[in-house]
Design a binder for this molecule. Structure first.
Ligand code: PFF
Length: 464
């Protein structure tokens, strides 16, 4: 039975999206989140902007996009949770059931990511109230810093916001992903975009916009270190939610007739615009106030409040901004849980409610390692730094790129041409051929090169 490629269409075990638009919204909700607004600016700042940003864009379009197309196609073809889908297609396409471990790695990555993601989302939620109570009015950089330190420095407060955010996430996942999500994303994404444009106006007028443009886009290609390249690659996966089965799980609920290629392009484009916009809002404020762009994970929390403190109506704008950021994080968090929850339901015959609450409980407990990384455990450093830093590095920069590479390799080399073109474009037109070229050669080789560079082999071979 090995190479017997099925032509029968399977149906999802968890229902389907009501329309293509609903699917676009859900995947966009997964992609757009803290990665765009919180993480992109701070890692661009830490890695010197310029070359880092350009390499990130390269990774997004030539590695992340083909992985996304591969993941959604695999998801829709298998119509199971990512673990079962990889096992099913693995044996169906003549490979082996052991591909299930790529699915399991993804489930684990989702759990680990959400454990620290939830803590940062908690910061965003806490800032809704800080901005709303007008504590930032006229505040200088030191006062704004003090607010951030008070929040992250308190184990209790930090843990409380993390708990609240995890609770909100589990409630939605327990009720079935498709219900609440559609409505939320439909309103939120345009609102977030609009608010970023308002803030862009502020930064262009009141910030040092020229310095920001130069910082973000001046190529300085020689400055890209191996470590920075790995972080850019990892972030390209993180921001697009690829490499761990999140969009594979969502693809399983996508009706057959919708185009995966066009949908993915639209989502990748939107995600990139939001990240670049966030950078263009934040860096002008950084440079106008003489702040350090490499300040780290607190960057947006230590810069944006300065703008809210000076803007007329800043309390309202600030509150709205953090509400939207919290929602954006929420729709991403939901997708981080979905592969694990779908897997638990299908493998152990659990109800969605039990699966969501059990997995949520585990993630919540694990999250304390990150919630305490900025206070009681801040001196406990190993490898990359605190627990928080290590969880982030391990998942974002190692698990996602390797998972993504395995997935795109699977779609490019293990699955038959017929199977992938059946999902992506039955006529196998130019865009399908472009995808296949990226999936077979460009994406896996590029990921491999970045890893070889990091372990120093390119240098040793005289190639870097
Ligand atoms: N893409 C999300 C963000 O940029 O915030 C984070 C994320 C969600 C990563 C889902 C991975 C994932 F599977």
């Amino acid at each position: 039975m090995a190479a017997n490629v099925s032509t029968e269409r399977r149906v999802s075990l968890h229902g389907e999206w009501s329309s293509r638009f609903a699917f676009i919204l859900a995947v966009t909700g997964s992609a757009v989140g803290l990665g765009n607004v919180w993480k992109f600016p701070y890692i661009a700042g830490e890695n010197g902007g310029g070359a880092f940003v350009l390499f990130y864009l390269f990774c997004v379009f030539l590695i992340g996009l083909p992985i996304m197309v591969a993941e959604i196609s695999i998801g829709r073809r298998g119509r199971r949770n990512p673990v079962a889908t990889m096992a099913l297609l693995g044996s169906e396409e003549g490979g082996s059931e052991q591909w299930r471990y790529i699915g399991l790695l993804g489930v684990l990555a989702g759990v680990l990511i959400l454990s620290f993601y939830s803590v940062v989302a908690g910061w965003a939620a806490a800032y809704i109230f800080k901005a709303g109570s007008n504590v930032f009015a006229g505040a200088d950089a030191a006062a704004v810093d003090a607010q951030f330190d008070a929040l992250t420095g308190s184990p209790l407060v930090n843990a409380m916001w993390h708990t609240l955010f995890m609770g909100m996430t589990v409630i939605v996942v327990a009720n079935g992903v498709e219900r609440g999500l559609e409505k939320a994303v439909r309103i939120l994404m345009p609102a977030l975009l609009a608010l970023l444009l308002v803030l862009l106006g502020y930064s262009m007028v009141a910030g040092n916009f020229a310095a920001a443009l130069e910082f973000m886009f001046a190529p300085r290609l020689g400055e890209l270190t191996a470590d920075a390249a790995l972080i850019a690659l990892g972030h390209a996966c993180f921001t697009l939610s690829v490499g761990m089965g999140a969009v594979m799980a969502y693809g399983a609920y996508l009706p057959d007739e919708h185009s995966i290629g066009k949908t993915s392009c639209a989502i990748v484009f939107a995600d990139t615009i939001i990240a670049l916009l966030a950078g263009l809002v934040i860096f002008p404020i950084v440079f106008a106030n003489g702040l350090d762009p490499a300040i780290g994970p607190g960057l947006i929390f230590q810069t944006l409040p300065l703008a809210f403190g000076q803007l007329p109506g800043g309390a309202v704008v600030g509150t709205a901004f953090f509400v939207l950021l919290t929602f954006a994080a929420w729709t991403s968090a939901i997708s981080l849980m979905e592969p694990g929850v779908a897997w638990l339901i299908e493998s152990f015959q659990l109800s969605r409610r039990v699966a969501a609450w059990s997995l949520g409980l585990a993630i919540w407990l694990l999250g304390f390692l990150s919630a305490f990384s900025t206070n009681v455990l801040s001196n406990l450093k190993f490898w990359r730094g605190t627990f928080f830093d290590n969880l982030d590095h391990l998942t974002t920069n190692i698990m996602l790129p390797l998972g993504g590479m395995a997935i795109v390799f699977f779609a490019g080399w293990i699955m038959s041409r017929n199977s992938t073109s059946d999902e992506i474009d039955p006529d196998a037109g130019p865009s399908y051929r472009a995808w296949r070229f990226l999936a077979r050669y460009v994406a896996p080789i590029a990921v491999l090169l970045v890893f070889l560079d990091v372990i120093g082999l390119l240098d040793a071979w005289g190639l870097a």
